[in-house]
Design a protein around this ligand. Sequence first.
Ligand SMILES: CC(=O)CC(=O)SCCNC(=O)CCNC(=O)[C@H](O)C(C)(C)COP(=O)(O)OP(=O)(O)OC[C@H]1O[C@@H](n2cnc3c(N)ncnc32)[C@H](O)[C@@H]1OP(=O)(O)O
Ligand SMILES: NC(=O)C1=CN([C@@H]2O[C@H](COP(=O)(O)OP(=O)(O)OC[C@H]3O[C@@H](n4cnc5c(N)ncnc54)[C@H](OP(=O)(O)O)[C@@H]3O)[C@@H](O)[C@H]2O)C=CC1
Length: 293
Amino acid sequence: MAEEIRKIGVIGAGAMGCGVAHVCAVAGYDVHLIDLSREQLECGLATINGNLARQVSSGKLSDDARKQALGRISASTDLQDLAPVDMAVEAISEDEDEKRALYAKICPILKPEALLATNTSTLSITRLAASTDRPERFMGVHFMNPVPVMELVELVRGIATEEVTFETAKTFVRSLDKTPTVSEDFPAFIVNRVLLPMINEAIYVLYEGVGSVDSIDTAMKLGARHPMGPLELADFIGLDVCLSGIQMLHDGLGHDKYRPCPLLVKYVDAGWLGRKAGRGFYDYRGEEPVPTR
Ligand SMILES: CC(=O)CC(=O)SCCNC(=O)CCNC(=O)[C@H](O)C(C)(C)COP(=O)(O)OP(=O)(O)OC[C@H]1O[C@@H](n2cnc3c(N)ncnc32)[C@H](O)[C@@H]1OP(=O)(O)O
Ligand SMILES: NC(=O)C1=CN([C@@H]2O[C@H](COP(=O)(O)OP(=O)(O)OC[C@H]3O[C@@H](n4cnc5c(N)ncnc54)[C@H](OP(=O)(O)O)[C@@H]3O)[C@@H](O)[C@H]2O)C=CC1
């Protein structure tokens, strides 16, 4: 039996946290969004507003529904504001130490019965759960990017996740008009176990000079009907997220086929993290994206 969820806390106002806040508010939940800085929250709220407006112009949402959704979202930098939530969705950077440090701060604030979900792309749910005071009420609820558009959400139980937690998360995902799928708790789950090696391979193809950024992306868009080329997609996901994911596959499964491409490491070292940084495999600072190689 699923438990009732009304108020959702979302921690991290990046691409994913904003997307989760957006779809929860549209579905009628009260949402409180948290980030480290007021600037990031303002930027996140502007993104949500822009994406809701996009849905209004394409006829997917009425203007009234947009206004109501915006009215359901509050935002602050104060973790104490998570005290009333029934479920917290953590969507901060893909860094295990940072996630653990955050859980240590929020667990004493959350209601004892509140569910804690992580949107991690690749990290072990069991290990993250073990660093909280509620491993039985903890699980992976992995949304895809862009959240308002993508239909799938991967549900991942940790070893201690209770059935009621899983059922509540499944009901929650369905209430957002999304399709849940179940993955066992192994590195990168299902989607990223398949997707990240493909992206890493595309970067090797670039690194080895087999093709340019443009030829690789064109090949996969027109030759394999992918909506985005793998390098465009890597920039969209964030090269830091891609690198930490492929590194997690390499560490967790110990196979050479997951070795991160040195060129990916170099781009991340340079801070060229993709769209969010203004530069990655493409340079986004002008009118049109321009390949950087
Ligand atoms: C890393 C992980 O852990 C897991 C992951 O998320 S892996 C990444 C998974 N995501 C993907 O693979 C995305 C692949 N790309 C795509 O599907 C498409 O390129 C895309 C949906 C992002 C954009 O599609 P497009 O046709 O190129 O562009 P566009 O016409 O602008 O958008 C298509 C529709 O989505 C809407 N849309 C796009 N981004 C949106 C957003 N952020 N919010 C709301 N709506 C959005 C547009 O308004 C448009 O709606 P209509 O069809 O109603 O007009
Ligand atoms: N990008 C993607 O395509 C997908 C990502 N994910 C996962 O979702 C999570 C978020 O990813 P994404 O949105 O791309 O990341 P972003 O880097 O875009 O956003 C993360 C946000 O969290 C903030 N933040 C960092 N630490 C804290 C903290 N302790 N408390 C509050 N806020 C914090 C960051 O602030 P600041 O910038 O100041 O550090 C930033 O605003 C990751 O676990 C990622 O793996 C899952 C599916 C797809």
